[in-house]
Design a protein around this ligand. Sequence first.
Ligand code: X2X
Length: 295
Amino acid sequence: MDMRLLKHFLALAESLHFGRASNACHVSPSTLSRSIRQLEETLGVVLFERDNRHVVMTPHGITFLAYAREALEQWEQLRLSLQSEAQRLTGEISVYCSVTASYSFLYALLSKFRTHHPGIELKLHTGDPAEAMARVLAGEEDMAITPRPRRTPEALAFKSLTRAPLVFIAPQASAAWIPATPESPSADQWREVPMILSEAGLSREFADTWFKALGVTPQIYAQVAGHEAIVSMVGLGFGIGVVPKIVLDNSPLQERVRVLAVKPELPHYDVGLCVLERRLKSPLIRALWDEVQAR
Ligand SMILES: CC(=O)[C@](C)(O)C(=O)O
């Protein structure tokens, strides 16, 4: 059975770029383009509008995308369950996480796995942890490292890897706006502080709640995607930031900032691995999931 057409379609749907999609599939752009035309002819509808500069998915393309993902998933599961136990597992698993999580957890997570299952190829994508869960829910990634949300969506399984305290960080250099007594914060001390916060995600929600309890609307100096760059901006003296301590501990710029002993402390959050519950039926995903020790 040849699933290449579906794979080519998925690659183009994900990148909307013939060059990138054909690279990802290890074929030439003209082969990829032929696959798409072939699919469109078979289906009798246009899946992508394209001109020399842009590729846009049509509503038919979007409908077909859901089918293509599911068909490939099911095919993969079937293929693997037909392989006898004795045969080694082969295939691909994609994992999404922040750069910090890639330093902190991946080694423990993957080094043994790699020895046990040399035939499984791991694809790592790094980015903003605030997006991690949505990507897994949408089927764009097989697994992701993410803060545990206040309520885990039903479709997801979650394994905790660590508890991460969230901390306020200030520049080492002095600045008039750094609160003098962070252990007893007052609205007056915090009203004018330039804050550098992540633009979304749980750390942002916790910071917003903290300010609300103090009765202050924070002055947002900058909103950043992901936590790593918050350390850089604080180090430059632009304001006070909120980051998971694990991000600070892994930052090459940690000498330029210091933790403010703010009271009340921000809540801790659980960082862990998540996967779509139904994907655990895939022997590949199951193999990785079972290897991870929840902490
Ligand atoms: C959620 C997560 O991946 C981290 C390690 O806390 C982060 O990068 O912010």
